[in-house]
Design a protein around this ligand. Structure first.
Ligand code: 5RP
Length: 227
């Protein structure tokens, strides 16, 4: 299902575009397909990766890459999500790439999300909310997150130590449960904490979800979206 959605999303990419390349096991299939279309069909694009992992994969399949800073604009970003609700609000960061993903999504003219139907929820929060925090005083920040949200929040581990993001930060996962009724408010409250670098709530960004279901791929457009 992930493969089907990943490939179908390539229809939003046309020659001449600058394309943000998300991170994760679904968008991996988009990246592989874009590489194939470059080789076989002469598709002409420039990619902007959202993680070191994606950068390595994109290079391997022959997608020309550039820094966002060196481009005048980004036409579209294609990325995965951990959850999305009926208002096209997202939780992202399951792959710890949320900061770069959000910088790229914010800079893009449009955002296409690739997902399977398990990601569709009524209320966000069953997937623990990823929050990127500074290593400095991360325990203080973790406790502040707990008291702000009144939930348990845990530093994501990688073996014996905290997982390090591509930016050298840590991830705190907040176990909210399906309670995030006002995602933008939660995002803004968390961003007030000095140790919080970024929050895995992507609000007002997603234009289309390319959704894989057992019956096939469905393209679900956000009625207030840009695509
Ligand atoms: C990485 C992300 C991913 O897009 C998200 O975790 C979805 O990944 P997958 O397609 O593997 O389920 O936000 O930070």
């Amino acid at each position: 299902m992930k493969r089907q959605a990943g490939i179908a999303a390539c229809d939003f990419v046309k020659s001449g575009m600058n394309v943000g390349l998300g991170t994760g096991s679904t968008v991996k299939y988009t990246i592989l397909e874009l590489g194939k279309r470059i080789r076989d069909d002469g598709l002409n694009i420039i990619g902007v990766p959202t993680s070191i992992e994606t950068e390595e994969l994109a290079k391997k399949v022959g997608i020309p890459l550039a820094d966002l800073d060196s481009l005048s604009h980004l036409d579209v970003v294609i990325d995965g999500a951990d959850e999305y609700d009926s208002n096209f609000e997202l939780i992202k960061g399951g792959g710890a790439a949320l900061l770069r993903e959000k910088i790229v999504a914010q800079a893009s003219k449009a955002m296409v999300v690739v997902a399977d139907e398990r990601k569709r929820v009524d209320v966000l929060g069953t997937f623990p909310l990823p929050i990127e925090v500074t290593p400095f005083c991360h325990e203080t920040t973790r406790k502040s997150i707990e008291s702000l949200l009144r939930v348990r929040a845990l530093v994501r581990m990688n073996g014996d130590g905290p997982l390090l993001t591509d930016n050298g930060n840590y991830i705190v996962d907040a176990h909210c449960g399906p309670t995030i009724l006002r995602p933008r408010d939660v995002e803004q409250q968390l961003l007030h904490l000095a140790g919080v670098v970024q929050v895995g709530i992507f609000s007002g960004m997603c234009d289309v979800v390319v959704l894989a279901t057992p019956a096939g791929v469905e393209v679900v457009r956000n009625p207030s979206g840009r695509l």
